[in-house]
Write a protein that binds this ligand. Structure first.
Ligand SMILES: Nc1ncnc2c1ncn2[C@@H]1O[C@H](COP(=O)(O)OP(=O)(O)OP(=O)(O)O)[C@@H](O)[C@H]1O
Ligand SMILES: [Mg+2]
Length: 328
């Protein structure tokens, strides 16, 4: 796989609120999505995963504010687009045609009074005005086919579909204009495990077939290990570790990554003891000093409460990065 970047995030900071009570939800996020890859983003509830998805797509609403950093999209030809300064009109086109997003809980965001057909063809009508009505319907059938739904469901209303089908319709909508990047925020958490894996397997196949890149967000790291190429792990608004999926699984370097791996049953391979992580994630308004994880970390030592560890490659592992004093 080529390591050509399609999305680069550097030094991204997001606050909620602007007055004295503002809290830092994202701190110094550096992250690259490479063309054609599935990048998994994991972390407990409140770690900032959705905030990151909203910020990079400029969908963050008040009191959320981007206080610093850059986000660039790299077009296939090499053209670089500065997402944070796109004008509103360009942004709308960009959002469906070059990058699309499936939101957390999206399967409930289909319009209940419109059929699947009208919701899919509306997207096409808005962005592909050159298509005739019949062509739009043909494309809608094709899109449903991609996610394994037969054409006879086109006339269905959302309530006539199962949760898994509604979720697949949302994915079909996200793929409607053949974007280069698809961001999926917990696209399957409301579904049972079998359905989750079925949808993700389909998505990974489609990614090869249609050649797009995916940012896949979930708190379930075992799903990520199976379906991602690389994984970034977030804690308290920062990325604490980033590595290939197999590397993280075999040899997590951050004690938090290790804890996450022991919080979910492994789908394959040797069974791990489920020990979980003691304590609970920090509140933004009371973020611990130094490494935010130190109060819950069994390996914390002198520097951990005093200094924030920088995300950097460990001495023996170029190509991955960890923010932990044990490795600096
Ligand atoms: N509108 C808001 N106003 C204030 N704080 C917010 C707002 N939205 C999110 N936050 C805070 O920002 C932090 C990150 O939230 P975010 O939703 O990004 O986390 P997440 O990792 O997506 O969690 P989950 O796994 O529950 O979806 C949390 O502490 C949350 O309470
Ligand atoms: Mg979220």
């Amino acid at each position: 796989m080529s390591a050509e970047p399609v999305l680069t995030i550097s030094g991204l900071n997001v606050d909620y609120g602007t007055d004295a009570g503002a809290v830092h939800a994202l701190r110094d996020i550096d992250l690259t999505l490479n063309r054609g890859e599935v990048l998994g983003l994991a972390g407990e509830s409140g770690s900032g995963k959705s905030t990151l998805a909203y910020a990079v797509t400029r969908l963050l609403s008040p009191p959320g504010v981007i206080t610093g950093g850059e986000v660039h999209y790299h077009r296939p030809g090499g053209d670089r687009v500065d997402i944070l300064s796109l004008a509103p009109r360009r942004l709308r086109a960009f959002r469906w045609q070059e990058l699309s997003i499936v939101f957390q809980g999206a399967m409930n965001s289909l319009n209940p009074v419109h059929t699947v057909h009208s919701q899919l063809t509306d997207v096409l009508a808005a962005h592909r005005p050159e298509l005739r009505k019949r062509q739009r319907t043909e494309r809608a059938v094709e899109l449903l086919g991609l996610v394994g739904i037969s054409a006879d469901r086109l006339a269905a209303y959302p309530h006539q579909l199962s949760g898994g089908m509604r979720q697949r319709v949302m994915i079909a909508m996200a793929l409607a204009l053949e974007p280069e990047i698809v961001i999926m925020d917990e696209p399957t958490t409301a579904l049972d495990v079998v359905m989750q894996r079925q949808i993700l397997r389909r998505l990974v196949q489609l990614r090869r077939q249609l050649d797009f890149s995916v940012v896949f967000i979930t708190h379930d790291i075992s799903l990520l290990i199976e379906f991602s190429d690389r994984i970034a792990i977030m804690y308290g608004g920062r990325i604490v570790e980033q590595a290939g999926a197999a590397e993280i699984y075999r040899d997590p370097r951050h004690p938090y990554s290790d804890g996450l791996l022991h919080s979910f049953p492994a789908l394959h391979g040797p069974r791990r003891e489920l020990t979980g992580i003691p304590g609970s994630p920090p509140h933004l308004s009371a973020m611990p000093t130094g490494c935010a994880f130190h109060p819950r970390c069994g390996k914390a030592f002198d520097p951990c409460a005093g200094r924030v560890p920088l995300l950097a490659p460990p001495a023996d592992g170029p190509g991955r990065a960890v923010a932990c004093h044990l490795h600096s």
